[in-house]
Design a protein around this ligand. Structure first.
Ligand SMILES: NC(=O)C1=CN([C@@H]2O[C@H](COP(=O)(O)OP(=O)(O)OC[C@H]3O[C@@H](n4cnc5c(N)ncnc54)[C@H](OP(=O)(O)O)[C@@H]3O)[C@@H](O)[C@H]2O)C=CC1
Ligand SMILES: Cc1cn([C@H]2C[C@H](O)[C@@H](COP(=O)(O)OP(=O)(O)O[C@H]3O[C@@H](C)C(=O)[C@@H](O)[C@H]3O)O2)c(=O)[nH]c1=O
Ligand SMILES: [Mg+2]
Length: 296
């Protein structure tokens, strides 16, 4: 199985590269400057030249606060660009796995979100990702849109690495305790993506395998709970740690509004694709081990 991955240095792209061999797959990563989602002109030629059995779009404009100041760029990359990739996937007759986000929801529901719950993004990033979902679905029926959340990994930028960095010169860190979600290891997500890829390729006509699925780590947390667990694990191995001061959203103003509840119900994925990601706590342990190992 040869997979074309859109995105090169991102958390999910790098995790797909790292996990490829374990799934007997070859991952070819395409990123800027060669492939720029904001500049659709050359994309079709590059994808045809590269060739593959399936495309995974793991590239996106992911700076949630910055997006409020750059809505056109975020929508070009996450909306129009995603649709261009999907159109080429259709032309090449290969399935597309597209990665989307919990931030398409407004967070007002009082239970974990299912795939068919109403979307209503609170900010530009979520709006742009929702445009991408629509563009993908319009361009090709042969797709799985995987909504995931709160990704962490040893790679790139994420909340886990931010907390470890801040703890290096602070004893106490204020973290919002009233936003709840589904922390997800990018490496677990990569394993899940390969499992879905195999299902799509082995049953090209099977409609139930196609559509929107929630794929996130097992269990839920607030950002403050996640931070506390990061520091508890890090402290045990002598790494940086700090006391977490729980804040309300109002105490931590940000440019973009974030959902208070974006917990994802992943039952549909388990029932249809037979995929269930490990609990966020067990994977966080492994991620911190990997981060610590890389620092020595
Ligand atoms: N991070 C998270 O918590 C979550 C992410 N997601 C989604 O998961 C997917 C992967 O996210 P993640 O790996 O964390 O993202 P990262 O921010 O780690 O990486 C994003 C990648 O997209 C690339 N990219 C950005 N703009 C363009 C462009 N114009 N053309 C080509 N490539 C571009 C970046 O390239 P470069 O290195 O050149 O900047 C980078 O490699 C995205 O679709 C995101 O929306 C969903 C839920 C949670
Ligand atoms: C750094 C920091 C953040 N926070 C809060 C702000 C925010 O509510 C929450 C998380 O902040 P971050 O900016 O790290 O995370 P954020 O950029 O909102 O993360 C999101 O990224 C996009 C790409 C997604 O798709 C989402 O699933 C989600 O992972 O923690 C604190 O309370 N204290 C802090 O010191
Ligand atoms: Mg951020």
């Amino acid at each position: 199985m040869r997979i074309i991955v859109i995105g090169r240095d991102g958390q999910v792209a790098r995790s797909l590269a790292e996990r490829a061999a374990a799934h007997g797959a070859e991952a070819v990563l395409l990123g800027r400057p060669k492939l720029d989602l904001a500049d659709p002109s050359g994309i079709e030629d590059i994808l045809y030249e590269t060739g593959g059995d399936l495309i995974v779009n793991a590239a996106a404009y992911t700076a949630v606060d910055q997006a409020e100041a750059e809505p056109e760029l975020a929508e070009a990359i996450n909306g129009i660009g995603a649709g261009v990739i999907a159109g080429v996937a259709a032309a090449m007759s290969v399935p597309l796995i597209h990665i989307s986000t919990d931030y398409v929801f407004d967070g007002t529901l009082d239970r974990p979100y299912r795939e068919d719950d109403p979307v209503n993004p609170l900010g530009v990033y979520g709006t742009s990702k929702l445009l991408g979902e629509t563009a993908v679905a319009e361009a090709t029926g042969d797709h799985a849109i995987l909504r995931t959340a709160w990704i962490y990994s040893p790679f790139g930028k994420n909340f886990v690495k931010t907390m470890l960095r801040l703890a290096q010169d602070r004893d106490e860190i204020g973290v919002v305790a009233d936003q709840f979600g589904s922390p997800t290891s990018a490496l677990d997500l990569a394993d899940g993506i390969y499992a879905v890829a195999k299902n799509l390729l082995s049953k090209p006509q099977e409609g139930t395998l196609r559509g929107i699925f929630h794929m996130a780590g097992g269990g839920f947390a607030s950002w403050a709970e996640l931070a506390s667990e990061i520091f508890a694990v890090s402290a045990r191995s002598g790494g940086p740690s700090a006391k977490v001061r729980p804040l309300s959203t109002a105490d931590y103003p940000t440019r973009a509004k974030r959902p208070a509840n974006s917990r994802l119900d992943c039952g549909k994925l388990a029932a249809i694709h037979g995929v269930e990601l490990p609990s966020w706590q067990s994977s966080l342990d492994r991620c911190l081990e990997q981060i610590t190992a890389e620092q020595h």
